[in-house]
Design a protein around this ligand. Sequence first.
Ligand code: 5HY
Length: 237
Amino acid sequence: MKIKVINPNTTTSMTEKIGAVARSVASSETQIIVCNPEFGPAAIEGHYDEALSVVGVLDEIRRGEAEGMDGYVIACFGDPGLLAARELAKGPVLGIAEAAMHAASFVSTGFSIVTTLGRTRVIAQHLVDNYGMTKFCHKVRAIDLPVLNLETTDARTAILQECRLALEEDCCGAIVLGCGGMADLPTQLSQELGIPVIDGVSAAVKFVEALVGLGLGTSKVGDLAYPTSKSYLGMFR
Ligand code: 5HY
């Protein structure tokens, strides 16, 4: 099967990291195609960035349908454009926030989320509520460092520290990492903390494999049916 993993921001080093993690968990029969849009924000750190990133995500889905993809992963913790992407796709489309939260709810009765900037916590909280995870998510925490600083040691130390605080204060049984740029951290953190630490890129790849394996694609009845045909002006022509 072919799974397209889309990093909605345009930072290629983060796209490569996300691709490496996706390939490290994918089964040998799965071909992972990783990409980021040719246009859009270098990092998604708020509603404005997220809104601008959606067009790039949809452009990659549209190309993917022409390239015969079996499924998709949207690798940004805001799950930007998820429902619009499902309208365009035949196969399953999963966001890393949705996948990570569901995985955490399978292995714990309560989890905390550790994300980047404080201002993006509200976006994560909206998704927690939208996905019916309110009773599972004990707290959304932030390390207050920009997304593109995740490569620094400070960020890794800050993430470990925030995870420790969650363990001490939130009565949580698992941690969800709230950024695609944290995809390479769960194993090391889980060993240090002794609890499941979940990254959405890995969870989403395995869930898409499972859905495709079950012969399940996006429903084309109702709100996720293909968009009705109409003319589009300007860049969408
Ligand atoms: C992400 N931003 O996963 C989100 C994380 C965040 O560019 N990739 C980004 O902080 O919302």
